[in-house]
Ligand binder design. Structure first.
Ligand code: NAG
Ligand code: NAG
Ligand code: NAG
Ligand code: NAG
Ligand code: NAG
Ligand code: NAG
Ligand code: NAG
Ligand code: NAG
Ligand code: NAG
Ligand code: NAG
Ligand code: NAG
Ligand code: NAG
Length: 847
C-alpha cells in the first residue's frame, strides 16, 4: 500500500539559478548561414544592413538559455528573424530544426523567432531555447542595426569540458573529444529547479499565451463529443486550440488568424501557411512536418469576416459525427469534415501516436509569433451537462495544463527535445554526471521527481512514469496513464540508475526516504517473471530492449535488482537484499538454461525467436554477469555480423537500409559490456570496442556541420544524425564513453559505496593507447590517476593519488615486475591510504 503522500512536495516556487550570460565564440556577417563563421567574437559591435543582412553566431558547443540582443543603435524600428539550431544544416530550413511537438517542455517549441527591436537596450526572448550551437539573425527591414552583445542568459551550467571535476585524457585526441561529449551534454540536458519558468502568463484577462505548442488540460482525457467554448483576444497574428487531443499534443488542431494589421504584423509572416482571416485545421502534431515526424494535411477555411486584434471573440468547437463544427462569435460557422481525422486515426500514420477523432482533451496555444488571451473556458457534453469551467485567471491553471514552473532539478532526455524526464535514459545520465560534472543533485532530483509520480493503484501500481513532463504536478498523474504502460524495462534501467547513484555517493540520507518506493517498484517488476520459463514476460506489454520471454529484458531486471543490493544492505534490509540476490541469480540461470544457443554462439533473442539475437542481449548478459568467459568470447565473435555502416545494428532481424537507426544508447551499453568481458572474464579482444570509438563515436566529433559538442540520439549508417533534423544532438544516452573510459580504460572504480574503498586497475595499452589519465569525483574529493606506457611497450609508469578518508588499491597485472618507492612488487598490488601520491614503475612488459 502507498506509504507516502507527495502532494505537498511541489508547492514552493524555486528561484532562478544564475549561470551568467554565454556568448558566441565566433561569427560571420554575410548573406546566408556560414559554417566557417571564423571572426572571433569580441567586444566589438556587429552591424547588419541591407548589403550584409545575415549574421551567423557559432557558440562552438551546445548552450541553453534565454536569447538576448543588446542593441547599441538602429536607424528605425528593426525586425530580425532569428534561428536556433544544433545542426548547421537546419539553418536552410524555414523552421530550422523545429518545431517541437511532444511537449511544451517549458521552452520555446519553435526554433525560429522574430524580434521587433525598437530602441537601444537589451531585448530578451520570453522563452528558453533548450539547446543549440548555432544562432542566426536575418534582417527583415531595410534598416541598419548594431549590437554590442548577443548571446543567451544561460539556464545551464557552462563549464569548459577541461574544467569539470571529473576528467579524462589520453594519447588519442579523438577519444578525449568523445569524452568531452558527456561532460557537455549533462550540463545542457539537466535543468535546475527555477530555470524553466512557466510558458503561460496568468492575468486578470485570462491566460496570455505566446506562440508555442498547445498545452492540454489534464482534466479532459475522458471526454468525447463535447463542445469546447472559450473567449479569446488576439494580440498579434492569431490564436490556436485543440480538441480530441492526447495530453501529448496530437489530434485536431485549429488556428484562427487575424486580419494582419500592418503595424503589428511581422514582415516574415508566412501568408501561404497562415493566410489572414482564415481558420487552419490539421489532425496530428502540428501544421508543418518536422522532417521525419509527419503530421496530417492542412485544411484552409477562409472567413468572410475580418478578424480583429484586441477584441474578444467567443469561439466554440463541437465534436460531431460529421466533423468539428467551429463557431466564431456567432457570425460564422465552419464545419471541418471528419474525414481527415478518421482516415489518419485508422491509418495511425505517425510512428509516435495517434488520437481517436471524437475523444480526448482540449488545449490552447497560438502559432509561432502569434499572441492571444484565452478566458472563460467551458466544456459541455452532448446531453447538455457542463463538465468543465475555468475562467483561466488562477495560477492553478498552469499545473492543470502542464505548464507550471519547474520546481525540481532534473535531467531530461535531450536539451532541445523531448525535454521529458525519461527514466530509461537516466541509466546513462547518472553515470555520465558521476564521471564529469559531479552534479549529483540532478540525479537525486530526478529520482525524487519520478517517485512523486509513482503509480499508487493498478494497473502498473508501483511504476514510475517513463517520461514525466516538466510542467505537470502529481495531482494530475492519472491523466498520464500511458506513461506507466509502455517500455516496461525503463523501470529496470531506473532501478539500475538508483543503485548507481547510491554506489557513487553513499547518499543514504537522500535515498532512505524513498526506500519504500524503491521496494515497491522492485516488487512490481519481480511480478513480471514468468513462473514457468523463469524469464521476464507480461501480457500485452512492450519492452524497449527486446521481446518478452527474451534474454535482454530478463537479465536487465537481474541487473537492476543487483544494483539495489548495496543500498538494501546499507539500510539493513537483509530480507530485501537476499530477495534481490536470489531473484537475480535465478534470472541469470533462467537465461542460461532457456536461451543460450550454442549453435548461434550467443543468446537467442527470445523463446519465440530462437534464431535471432541482438546487441542488447549481448550487452546485458555481460553487464548482469549472466555470461561466463566462454560465452563472452563466443558473443564477441558474432558481433561483426551486426556491423552496419559506421556502427552496428541493434538486432539480427533489423533491415539494413541507409535510414536504419544506429543507437549510441545501446552501443554504450555494449561498450561497457565489452570492457567487463575484458576485465572480469579475461576476453582480451577489444577490437569491437575500438571500432565503436574510432568509427562510430568519432562521427560526433569530426563533422563540423553536425558537431554540437554533445552526444547524439541516433546515427544513420553513413554517420549523419539518425532521424534527420528531428535528432537530438544533445542526448545523454549517447555519452557512455564518458564513464566507460575513466572506469575501464584508465581503470578507476569504487569497491564500496561512495568510494570509501576503491581500486585502480590500469588497463595498460588499452585500445592501443600509450597514455591515459584522469580525475574521478568522489564524495571525499577527486582520485587522480594515470598510466603511461614507456620503453617501447616494455615498461609503464602508474601514478595515483586518492583523497583523505578513502583507501585505494592499485591492482597490477600478472605480467612484469613493479617497483614502488624502492620496493619490488610482482604481479600484485599496492595499497594507498590518505593523500600521498604514489608512482609504480613496471618493467618486463610486452604491450
Ligand atoms: C514593434 O514595436 C513598436 C514599438 O512598440 C510597435 O509600434 C510596432 O507595432 C511593433 N511592430 C510589430 C510588427 O509588432
Ligand atoms: C511558407 O509556407 C509554405 C506552406 O507551408 C511553405 O511551403 C513555405 O516553405 C513557407 N515559406 C517560408 C519562407 O517559411
Ligand atoms: C506532411 O507530410 C505528409 C507525407 O508526405 C503529407 O501527406 C502531409 O500533407 C504533410 N503535412 C503538412 C502539414 O505539410
Ligand atoms: C459567410 O460564410 C457563411 C458560411 O460560412 C455564409 O453562410 C454567409 O452567408 C457568409 N456571409 C457573407 C457575408 O458572405
Ligand atoms: C462520439 O460519437 C461517435 C459517433 O459520432 C461515437 O462513435 C463515439 O462512441 C462517441 N464517443 C463518446 C465518448 O461519446
Ligand atoms: C468571462 O466570464 C465572466 C463571468 O461570467 C464575465 O463577466 C466576463 O465578461 C467573461 N469575459 C469574457 C472576455 O468573455
Ligand atoms: C450526461 O452525460 C454524462 C457523461 O456520460 C453523465 O455523467 C451525466 O450524468 C449526464 N447528464 C444528464 C443530465 O444526463
Ligand atoms: C475564477 O475561478 C476561480 C475558481 O473557480 C474563482 O475563485 C475566481 O473568483 C474566478 N475569478 C473570476 C474573475 O471570475
Ligand atoms: C501567479 O503567479 C505569478 C508568479 O508567481 C504571480 O506573480 C501572480 O501574482 C500570480 N497570480 C495570481 C492570480 O495568483
Ligand atoms: C545498520 O546496522 C548497523 C549495525 O547495527 C548500524 O550501525 C547502522 O546504523 C544501521 N543502518 C541503518 C541505516 O539503520
Ligand atoms: C548473491 O550472494 C552471493 C553470496 O554473497 C554472492 O556470491 C553472489 O554473487 C550474489 N549474487 C548476485 C547475483 O548478486
Ligand atoms: C559457460 O557456460 C556454457 C553454457 O552453459 C558452458 O557450456 C561452459 O562450459 C561454461 N564455461 C565456463 C568457462 O564455465
Amino acid at each position: 500500500m502507498p506509504t507516502f503522500i507527495f502532494c505537498l512536495l511541489f508547492t514552493a516556487v524555486a528561484g532562478f539559478v544564475d549561470y551568467g550570460d554565454v556568448l558566441p565564440e565566433s561569427y560571420a556577417v554575410g548573406s546566408g548561414p556560414t559554417l566557417d563563421a571564423d571572426s572571433p567574437y569580441s567586444d566589438s559591435h556587429i552591424a547588419l544592413s541591407s548589403d550584409k543582412p545575415y549574421l551567423t553566431l557559432d557558440f562552438a558547443t551546445e548552450v541553453a538559455g534565454f536569447p538576448f540582443f543588446e542593441v547599441v543603435s538602429l536607424s528605425a524600428p528593426t525586425q530580425i528573424e532569428v534561428k536556433y539550431a544544433e545542426d548547421f544544416t537546419a539553418l536552410d530550413n524555414p523552421y530550422s530544426d523545429g518545431p517541437w511537438t511532444f511537449s511544451n517542455g517549458l521552452s520555446n517549441t519553435f526554433r525560429t523567432e522574430t524580434f521587433n527591436l525598437t530602441e537601444p537596450g537589451r531585448f530578451e526572448s520570453y522563452f528558453v531555447q533548450g539547446g543549440q550551437r548555432w544562432m542566426t539573425a536575418r534582417l527583415l527591414t531595410s534598416t541598419t542595426v548594431s549590437f554590442a552583445e548577443i548571446g543567451f542568459r544561460s539556464t545551464a551550467e557552462h563549464v569548459a569540458t577541461d574544467s569539470t571535476i571529473g576528467q579524462f585524457s589520453s594519447s588519442n585526441s579523438v577519444y578525449d573529444r568523445i569524452w568531452d561529449l558527456g561532460a557537455r551534454v549533462v550540463q545542457v540536458a539537466c535543468v535546475d529547479a527555477g530555470n524553466a519558468p512557466s510558458t503561460w502568463d496568468i492575468t486578470p484577462d485570462g491566460a496570455f499565451i505566446r506562440g508555442q505548442q498547445t498545452a492540454q488540460s489534464a482534466r479532459g482525457t475522458a471526454y468525447g463529443n463535447y463542445t469546447l467554448s472559450f473567449s479569446t483576444k488576439i494580440v498579434k497574428g492569431g490564436t490556436g486550440w485543440r480538441v480530441a487531443s492526447g495530453t501529448t499534443p496530437t489530434g485536431a488542431v485549429v488556428y484562427l488568424t487575424s486580419n494582419y494589421p500592418e503595424e503589428t504584423t511581422f514582415a516574415n509572416t508566412n501568408r501561404t501557411l497562415l493566410p489572414p482571416n482564415t481558420l487552419v485545421f490539421n489532425f496530428g502534431h502540428s501544421i508543418v512536418n518536422q522532417s521525419t515526424l509527419v503530421t496530417g494535411w492542412n485544411q484552409y477555411f477562409p472567413l468572410n469576416t475580418s478578424v480583429r486584434e484586441g477584441e474578444w471573440y467567443n469561439i466554440s468547437t463541437t465534436i460531431t459525427s460529421k466533423g468539428y463544427r467551429v463557431n466564431i462569435h456567432g457570425v460564422q460557422e465552419v464545419l471541418v469534415p471528419i474525414f481527415e481525422a478518421e482516415y489518419l486515426s485508422a491509418a495511425s500514420a505517425s510512428s509516435f501516436s495517434s488520437s481517436p477523432p471524437h475523444t480526448g482533451t482540449w488545449g490552447f496555444g497560438p502559432w509561432n509569433g502569434q499572441e492571444a488571451y484565452v478566458k472563460n473556458v467551458t466544456v459541455t457534453l452532448q446531453n447538455g451537462t457542463v463538465a468543465y469551467t475555468n475562467n483561466m485567471t488562477s495560477n492553478s491553471t498552469l499545473a492543470e495544463y502542464g505548464v507550471a514552473p519547474l520546481d525540481a532539478s532534473v535531467c531530461l532526455d535531450g536539451a532541445k527535445r523531448d525535454r521529458l524526464v525519461w527514466i530509461g535514459d537516466f541509466y546513462h545520465t547518472t553515470k555520465v554526471i558521476a564521471s564529469s560534472t559531479d552534479r549529483m543533485d540532478y540525479a537525486l532530483g530526478s529520482i525524487e521527481y519520478a517517485f512523486a509520480l509513482q503509480k499508487q493503484e493498478p494497473p502498473f501500481e508501483g511504476f514510475a512514469p517513463i517520461s514525466a513532463s516538466l510542467g505537470s504536478r502529481p495531482e494530475y498523474r492519472d491523466a498520464f496513464a500511458s506513461n506507466y504502460a509502455a517500455l516496461l524495462d525503463y523501470q529496470d534501467l531506473f532501478m539500475g540508475a538508483i543503485g548507481d547513484y547510491f554506489w557513487r555517493t553513499n547518499d543514504l540520507s537522500g535515498l532512505a526516504k524513498y526506500w519504500p518506493n524503491i521496494k515497491q517498484l522492485a516488487e512490481a517488476r519481480i511480478a513480471y517473471i514468468d513462473p514457468y520459463s523463469g524469464l521476464v514476460a507480461g501480457d500485452d506489454v512492450f519492452y524497449f530492449l527486446g521481446p518478452v520471454n527474451g534474454s535482454a529484458v530478463t537479465v536487465l531486471l537481474s541487473y537492476g535488482l543487483q544494483r539495489l543490493i548495496p543500498l538494501a544492505e546499507a539500510l539493513n534490509d537483509t530480507a530485501a537484499a537476499e530477495c534481490y540476490n536470489k531473484t537475480a541469480t535465478a534470472l541469470n540461470a533462467a537465461v542460461n538454461r532457456e536461451l543460450w544457443n550454442p549453435a548461434l554462439g550467443t543468446y537467442s533473442l527470445s523463446l519465440a525467436a530462437p534464431s535471432n539475437y541482438s546487441l542488447t542481449s549481448i550487452a546485458w548478459t555481460l553487464l548482469s554477469g549472466a555470461a561466463n568467459s566462454t560465452q563472452a568470447a563466443s558473443m564477441l565473435e558474432i558481433l561483426p555480423s551486426l556491423r552496419l555502416g559506421v556502427g552496428y545494428k541493434t538486432s539480427s532481424s533489423d533491415v539494413e537500409s541507409p535510414t536504419t537507426q544506429l543507437s549510441p544508447n545501446i552501443l554504450g551499453m555494449l561498450l561497457e559490456g565489452l570492457f567487463i568481458a575484458q576485465r572480469d572474464l579475461g576476453v582480451q579482444d577489444t577490437a569491437v570496442a575500438k571500432t565503436l570509438l574510432d568509427e562510430f563515436w568519432s562521427q560526433m566529433v569530426t563533422q563540423d556541420e553536425y558537431y554540437s559538442g554533445a552526444s547524439w540520439e541516433y546515427l544513420y549508417p553513413d554517420g549523419s544524425p539518425g532521424i534527420d533534423l528531428f535528432t537530438s544532438l544533445a542526448h545523454p544516452w549517447g555519452a557512455a564513453p564518458t564513464y566507460v573510459l575513466p572506469e575501464y580504460v584508465l581503470g578507476v572504480t569504487a569497491t564500496s559505496p561512495g568510494f570509501r574503498t576503491w581500486q585502480f586497475r590500469p588497463n595498460l595499452g588499452a585500445l592501443g593507447l600509450t597514455e591515459a589519465k584522469g580525475t574521478v569525483p568522489t564524495p571525499f574529493g577527486v582520485i587522480e590517476a594515470g598510466w603511461e606506457v614507456v620503453d617501447g611497450g616494455k615498461g609503464a609508469i602508474v601514478t595515483v593519488k586518492g583523497p583523505k578518508g578513502t583507501s585505494g588499491r592499485v591492482v597490477l597485472g600478472e605480467e612484469g615486475v613493479g617497483e614502488c618507492e624502492g620496493r619490488k612488487q610482482r604481479g600484485g598490488y599496492v595499497d594507498l591510504d590518505g593523500e600521498k601520491e604514489r608512482t609504480v614503475r613496471l618493467s618486463g612488459l610486452s604491450l
